[in-house]
Design a binder for this molecule. Sequence first.
Ligand SMILES: [Zn+2]
Ligand SMILES: [Zn+2]
Length: 170
Amino acid sequence: MLSFDLRSLETKAVHVDGSISPDDPIWEEADPRPLEPIRVIGRLSSAGEGRFYFSGRIQGGVTLPCRLCLEEVHVDVDEEVHFLLAETGAEEADDPDVYLYDPNARNLDLRPSVRETWLLTAPAYVQCSEDCKGLCATCGTNLNETTCNCTPTTADSRWNALLKHQGDAH
Ligand SMILES: [Zn+2]
Ligand SMILES: [Zn+2]
């Protein structure tokens, strides 16, 4: 559960331990969604009138294709996060690090701010290993698994010609 009664929150901090499932309506079409629920643990407390402060961790994982060879890679995310929530119309409204909430609502829903934090925390791209050889640009063979017999690309032959030329000069 990531929704907290606003009035009681004003007087008493709460321990947060909840999750957002991958099919939660909070996610938008283009979001890098987690495969499993992401967990949110921490403390939510009043930070003055019309302000709340969250301090805790976000844990989860994403599976993304390697940017070079397109093999799926699982990445664990476990990040310490802190953010401020201010009521809509507050002076911090322009600050991108501050999330807004509706002061007229009964509950403070942490999901929108957790979602945005997740978007900043989860990697946008991954590489399966530091020395991933990627795919052959000509035939698409995964060069980590096997080799192919494609002729060198134009750029390579020009480079070879240059090397040969330099060799001739000596
Ligand atoms: Zn790769
Ligand atoms: Zn090839």
